[in-house]
Write a protein that binds this ligand. Sequence first.
Ligand code: SF4
Ligand code: MG
Length: 321
Amino acid sequence: QTPLLVVEKLKKYYPIKKGIISRTVGHVKAVDGIDFHIYPGETLALVGESGCGKSTTGRAIVHLEPPTEGRVIFAGQDMAALQGAELRKARTDLQIIFQDPYSSLNPRKRIGDLLAEPLLAHKLVPKSEVSQKVDEILEIVGLTKYHKSRYPHEFSGGQRQRIGIARALILQPKLIVCDEPVSALDVSIQAQVLNLLKDLQKEFQLTYLFIAHGLGAVKYISDRIAIMYLGKIVELAQTQEIFKSPRHPYTQALLHAYPIPNPHLRNRERIVMEGDVPNPANPPKGCRFHTRCPFAKEICREQAPDLTKTAHAVACHFPLV
Ligand code: SF4
Ligand code: MG
C-alpha cells in the first residue's frame, strides 16, 4: 500500500532574537528531524506534552508554515514543489481543525457565510449551489440549515467544533489534521465529537493525523500512535502495541498518567518522570529524555538513540521489553 502522506526528516526551527538589532542568538528546535507516513483511511495519532512540536508538525503538513528542512510529500507530490492550481488543489485536500474552533471562526460572521467562504474562495461549486452545499454539510455534522443565520457565540463548545469540522469537510479533503479537537470540550461531549470524526472518516474515506497531549483520547480513534518528545519521535507503533507493550520509558510514563488503570502494566515498574520538560531552545545532549528518565546511563547523556526502522519503532538505548 502506498502512503497518502510521507513526512521526511522534517525540521522546524524558530529563531530566537535579542537586542535592538534583533540578532539571532539561537533557535527553538520545535521539530527536529522526524519521519513518518500515513496510509489512506488511516488515523495516526501524534501524542506528547505541550511544546513537543506536535502542533507545529500539523501546521507544516497543511502548509500553514513551511518546514525549515525536510519534505512533506502528499499523494506522491512534494508540497514545496507545487505551484498554482496544483498547490491550490493540495491545499483543499489537506485541512486542519483546531482545539478551539472559536478562535478560528470570525465572530462577526454568520455560520452560513463562514461555511460558504472556503467554497467560494476555492470555486469548488457554482455560486448557485453554495447555499445547498452548506445545508448539506450542516446536516452531515449534526446541525441544521436553521443554524446558518446564527453567530459563533450562539453555539456551545461541542457545536462550535462541529462547525469547525464542517468548515474543513466542505472542501472534500483527503486528509485532516485534527489538532486536539476535543481537549477543550467537556468529557461528555468529547465522545460525541470523536464518534462524529470516526463516522465521517468511514463515510468520506478520510485520513487523519490526530494530535493529542495524552493517550486517553486516541485509544479508540487511532490505528497507530507516534509519541513525540522535545521535537523528536521516540516511539511509533500500532495502538494496541503502545498500550500493551510500550517500549520507551517516556511512553510508559504517559500511560501512567492515563486515568484508567492499565491491567497490562500491573507488573511493570511504575515510571515517574523527574522534573519538567527541558527548554526546546537548548535540548539536552544525547537522549533528550535523559534528564527525566529513571533508567538513564552514561551513554544516554552522550549519544542520541535513533528511532529503529521496525514496525514497532523506538528510540532508546535500553528499550523496555
Ligand atoms: Fe532513558 Fe537512556 Fe532510553 Fe533515553 S536512551 S529513554 S535516557 S534509557
Ligand atoms: Mg498544540
